[in-house]
Design a protein around this ligand. Structure first.
Ligand SMILES: Cc1cc2nc3c(=O)[nH]c(=O)nc-3n(C[C@H](O)[C@H](O)[C@H](O)COP(=O)(O)O)c2cc1C
Length: 303
């Protein structure tokens, strides 16, 4: 049987499959579908300090092989999430990752500090890349200087491992990745959604109130794979790759270009048990290809 475990340096995961933020609720919703202990880890939906209603509908729009979303980071706020995490942790031993958001740097640092202090939380993922928040304009992940300042500020306030989640909408994602790791990120995750546009010919208006929305799902996999490869070539911290993964082979593709672990997102909407299926498919595929452990193929793309 193949060894699926992953050593991130600061923590070992039993396998590389992590459910992606915003596509797996707060974990509890998926308890009826499979035993969450099967997962390497799970990331909760992004959280701000205070409750947020999110954007007006429509919030989702399907495209061929993809999904556009403009949720606007709706959420219950940090106080309510702490209760949810305690409940979830009582029912599963899976490592819980909190996706930290903020409308400004101070809020990012404050939310990160709150969840860093929560025993039930394994790691933090800093969502500096959400394209849906209008206030403050561009997200920090579009700028290497801003990313460096923010990561340093957050790092000063936390004791848990800090994953920094990058945006594919940055002009130079490799520069932003370097700024994040040089400023203390323990790992990098990428990609968040690609900015896209859907329009309605009848009304001659954009489908979404915010005009642009984030594209995810199989449509983005080749784009994400390229960016993950580019970042992995320069990264000295572990990289968590994602974008359009729907099966075990997709996950192994990201590992081949250098990712240590993967996140699976949009596929959870189509098949709520997809993440568990992907764990077994990785094992089957490794057996078939006679791969004993993931280090054998990590970053071994011959090009
Ligand atoms: C409906 C929806 C909500 C999302 N919410 C978040 C979020 O709260 N925080 C975050 O960092 N990423 C969020 N994402 C981005 C995903 O975590 C992931 O980066 C992206 O969808 C690419 O992976 P996929 O193609 O497997 O879905 C969201 C994606 C979708 C589709």
């Amino acid at each position: 049987m193949a060894d699926l475990s992953v050593d991130l340096g600061f923590r070992t995961l039993k396998n590389p499959v992590i459910t992606a933020s915003g596509t797996f609720g707060y974990g509890e919703e998926f308890l009826p579908f499979f035993d969450l202990d099967i997962l390497g880890a799970l990331v909760l939906k992004g959280i701000f300090l205070e409750p947020r209603p999110g954007n007006p509908p429509p919030r989702l729009h399907e495209t061929p092989a993809g999904l556009l979303n403009s949720i606007g980071l709706a959420g219950p706020g940090s106080a309510a999430l702490q209760e949810i995490i305690r409940r979830l942790h009582a029912r599963t031993a899976v490592p819980i990752i909190v996706n930290v958001c903020g409308e400004n740097d101070e809020e990012f640092a404050e939310v990160a500090a709150i969840f860093s202090g929560l025993e039930e939380v394994a790691m933090l993922e800093l969502n500096i890349s959400c394209p849906n928040v209008r206030k403050g304009g561009a997200c920090p992940a579009q700028d290497a200087g801003h990313t460096a300042r923010l990561v340093r500020q957050v790092k000063d306030r936390v004791r848990k491992p800090l994953i920094v989640k990058l945006s594919p909408n940055a002009a130079d994602i490799v520069a932003v990745a370097q700024a994040a790791q040089d400023s203390g990120a323990d790992a990098l995750s990428l990609v968040n959604t690609f900015l896209g546009l859907a329009v309605d010919l009848e009304t001659r208006r954009p489908v979404f109130a915010n005009v642009y929305a984030g594209l995810s799902g199989p449509a983005i996999k080749p784009l994400a794979l390229r960016l993950v490869r580019e970042v992995c070539r320069r990264a000295y911290v572990p990289v968590i790759g994602m974008g359009g993964i729907t099966c075990g082979r997709d996950a192994l593709d990201f590992i081949l270009v250098g990712a240590s672990a993967v996140q699976v997102g949009t596929v959870n909407f189509r098949d709520p048990a997809a993440a568990a299926r992907i764990v077994s498919e990785i094992a089957l595929e490794m057996d078939r290809l006679n791969i004993k452990d993931l280090a054998e193929i990590r970053g071994k793309l011959q090009a």
